[in-house]
Design a protein around this ligand. Structure first.
Ligand code: GLN
Length: 386
């Protein structure tokens, strides 16, 4: 098609296609086992599909209220209260979103003014910085260093300035699998006390925390909850990432700003799916069992990696396992990830994609939200890396 003259300057000059799309496409092209993009290769409970069908046939096919169907908002706040002890008002303090990414984008857009600074922890999930920059803000990167990838709160404190508007956090952390402890939250509370800094806490892997640890939600910490957005995801919890339904929780004044944007971005989310999810939330075992379920997969995959030359790094949460290939190759991770996809048929994510400077720690990310058979086959193939 001929190109008409248009303003050539991109709003996102450094951004291409996300690494998740790139690697999933390459995996499909090569017929590789896809352990790159984070999504399950097994089905959700069919009972969930029956509920969607029920609500569609019952005629719930028009716009839901802007903030989400009341039954689902009520179920989300009841779950949060049971788990973390904070009661959000279903009318004013929760909004159902088209996935966690939209919730994050909306919160960033609603709060960030041109010139504001938003602190992020690097390696940083790839949608955060573009959201900040599109809002006219500046991302300030604090670094999480291997092998523990723990936040250094003293270093983060040094990055705070009068322009700091928000700190954007993620625990359990994608891609490293590290999780915050109670003392992390106390250090964070200490750091923001007396400031107007807002916390945006991406907790979409909240139910996938291993070895008996508990998820430290900012909503468990009253001082932090009072200045935080907390983001959750049904995709991760009920194995339906493609449905793109999540939520945001926040005190009323913050949520009012969030909804001003939300109503013009998506307005509202798929009605029969919201109703089905509300029905499905009647049984807490559906999220309470998730940690054990994924814990078994993590252990199986790590055991399998034992027969390869890759070295698994600690994984305290999420459904991602990092593995070092320092013993195997000097190649940049993007090169190795492509080669493994093409040559041995296992796709992964190069962790440099989560760094602004493409830093090379020689680490790949593998998603273990896969059937045991897929995990075993992937490890057999990875054993061929020399
Ligand atoms: N969150 C998923 C991951 O980390 C990817 C979602 C996406 O592709 N946007 O792999």
């Amino acid at each position: 098609m001929p190109l008409l003259p248009f303003p050539a300057e991109s709003r996102l000059p450094g951004v291409g296609t996300t690494i998740f799309t790139v690697m999933s496409r390459l995996a499909a092209e090569c017929g590789a086992l896809n352990l790159s993009q984070g999504f399950p290769d097994f089905s959700a409970e069919p009972a969930l599909f029956d509920r969607v069908s029920h609500h569609m046939h019952a005629g719930s096919n028009q716009y839901a209220p802007m903030a989400g169907v009341p039954a689902l908002r009520e179920a989300i706040v009841a779950r949060s209260e049971a788990l973390y002890g904070t009661r959000y008002d279903p009318e004013h303090e929760v909004t159902v979103t088209a996935g966690g990414t939209q919730a994050i984008f909306t919160a960033v857009t609603a709060l960030t003014r041109p010139g504001d600074e938003v602190i992020v922890l690097e390696p940083v999930y790839d949608s955060y910085v573009p959201a900040i920059e599109l809002a006219g803000g500046r991302a300030i990167r604090a670094s999480l260093a291997p092998p523990s990838w723990r936040p250094d709160w003293a270093a983060i404190r040094r990055l705070v300035s009068p322009r700091t508007r928000m700190i954007l956090l993620n625990s359990p952390h994608n891609p490293t699998g590290s999780v915050f402890t109670r003392s992390d939250l106390d250090a964070l509370a200490d750091l923001v006390r007396g400031t107007g800094i807002v916390i945006l806490s991406d907790e979409v892997y909240e139910h996938i925390v291993f070895d008996g640890a508990r998820h430290e939600s900012v909503s468990r910490h009253p001082e932090l909850a009072a200045r935080s957005f907390v983001i959750g995801s049904f995709g991760k919890t009920f194995h339906v990432t493609g449905w793109k339904v999540g939520w945001a929780l926040a005190p009323r004044a913050l949520m009012a700003e969030f909804r001003k944007v939300h109503q013009f971005v998506v307005f509202t989310v798929n009605t029969p799916v919201q109703l089905a999810l509300a029905d499905f939330m009647s049984e807490p075992r559906r999220w309470l069992e998730l940690a054990a379920f994924y814990g078994r997969k993590r252990d199986r995959f790590r055991d399998g990696l034992g027969a390869t030359r890759l070295v698994p790094l600690p994984c305290a949460g999420t459904y991602f396992q990092l593995a070092s290939y320092a013993r195997v190759s000097d190649e940049p991770d993007t090169v190795l990830a492509e080669r493994l996809t093409r040559e041995i048929g296992v796709a992964s994510i190069p962790v440099s994609a989560f760094f602004a400077d493409g830093r090379q720690d020689r680490v790949l990310r593998f998603c273990f939200a896969k059937s045991d058979e897929t995990l075993d086959r992937a490890c057999e193939r990875l054993a061929h890396i020399t």
